[in-house]
Write a protein of this length. Structure first.
Lengths: 227, 177
């Protein structure tokens, strides 16, 4: 993995620079200081994490996450036109997105993986990503988060006058990034027309290459759900 | 516009804190306090769980900065950033963000510690860190889980949105703060 190389790179380069600058003591000190602040920051996160996850548990128990999921249905239908209408994948995608919105990374990931598995079940080529998978990934890499709890905790730790002041700017940036992801995803999807999607195969007929509203056709292919 | 952003920021948390328990109690008859405590337990594990990641990354980044290597690296891009009036200190964050979540979090914390949470650098760093997820990690986990080998254009889309988010965060922070 790339992270290993980056980590090694940072350390090796640091020591080389330290040698050149004759600042080995400083490097040693920096290493220990870094370790110390790593622990300090993690401890600073405890308060907010405990509080926020408690809040989110209430939201979950009260069915608010589910409610939000259902509200996302039209959006998800539009984003994933080639997933059959009642396919279980859509449910997991909606849960994944709403968990992301609430900043519940730990809940979002299992839901996202379940969604991927469901999408894989309707994937004709098991080793190649379908357009729907790419869209799900695009949404998750740019994940929209309503409240960036970790950042607020760190800012609190360093005595910010207003730790939450970055919520507005973060929301704006995340919306723009997600918008860009959706646009780019659409562009690529339309460009290479994707791998043969199940409904095209089932048709067999020579559908026009630029058929763009497959929703009615996919409905036929639906119902092949699984558990 | 600026007013709107600070209003959103000011109201978001109190609104959530009041709405969620109120709804749960009145509409769903949930024992809100007990549910809260139950869920809160996970928060401790989550925070403690990232200690190894954060210590590892903090050590590397702290060394990198103290050795002068960071300054040497930034010297190349500094004129370009200066010309736009953007603090070049945030550039490494843009590079780290899509690659390593713990690394970029450590770098953000380092920037906040060095320049202060309420400095422009501190605010930009917070916004960048909060506005996107770690593209490489998400790609690995999600596609790895279903053994997809050809990820098509997914990486390109993810990285593109990271760049857009990075620029957007800088521009928005410079306009608002």
């Amino acid at each position: 993995m790339m992270v290993n190389w980056i980590w090694l790179f940072l350390i090796v380069i640091s020591v080389i620079f330290g040698m050149i600058n004759g600042n080995m003591d400083g490097i040693t000190q920096a290493a220990f200081d870094g370790a110390k602040s790593g622990v300090t920051i993690s401890f600073g996160l405890i308060s907010i994490m405990v509080f926020w996850l408690g809040m989110m548990k209430i939201a979950e128990q009260a069915g608010l996450l589910e409610k939000l999921s259902r509200m996302l249905y039209p959006v998800v239908r539009w984003l994933f036109p080639d997933v059959p209408k009642d396919h279980p994948a859509l449910g997991y995608i909606m849960s994944n997105l709403s968990a992301n919105l609430f900043g519940l990374g730990n809940a979002a990931t299992p839901m996202g993986i379940k969604a991927m598995q469901e999408l894989q079940s309707i994937n004709p080529d098991k080793h190649t990503a379908t357009p729907a998978m790419c869209t799900l990934l695009a949404l998750n890499t740019s994940s929209i988060t309503l409240v960036p709890t970790t950042l607020i905790a760190i800012r609190m730790n360093y005595n910010s006058a207003n730790p939450a002041e970055i919520i507005g700017t973060t929301l704006a940036a995340t919306f723009i990034a997600t918008g860009a992801a959706i646009l780019a995803d659409r562009w690529y999807r339309n460009r290479d027309k994707g791998p043969p999607v199940p409904y095209k195969k089932q048709n067999g007929l020579s559908t026009a290459p630029d058929v763009h509203t497959p929703s009615t056709v996919t409905a036929i292919g639906g119902g092949s759900g699984n558990g | 516009m600026v007013e709107l952003f600070s209003q959103i920021s000011a109201y978001m948390i109190p609104a959530i804190i009041v709405f969620i328990p109120l709804y749960a109690m009145l509409r769903k008859k949930q024992p809100v306090y007990e549910v809260f405590v139950d869920g809160a337990k996970d928060g401790f594990d989550t925070a403690i769980g990232i200690i190894p990641h954060l210590v590892g990354m903090m050590v590397a980044i702290s060394m990198f900065r103290a050795s002068g290597a960071m300054d040497a690296m930034l010297m190349v891009v500094k004129p370009v950033f200066d010309w736009f009036g953007v603090p070049s200190e945030v550039l490494p964050l843009g590079i780290l963000r899509p690659i390593t979540g713990a690394g970029s979090l450590a770098f953000t914390a380092d920037l906040i510690a060095t320049h202060g949470p309420d400095s422009l650098i501190g605010r930009i760093a917070s916004t960048i860190q909060g506005s996107t997820d770690t593209t490489l990690y998400v790609l690995t986990v999600y596609f790895g889980a279903v053994a997809i080998r050809n990820s098509k254009y997914a990486l390109k889309v993810g990285l593109f949105s990271d760049v857009v988010g990075f620029v957007a965060a800088i521009v928005i922070c410079m306009l608002v703060f």
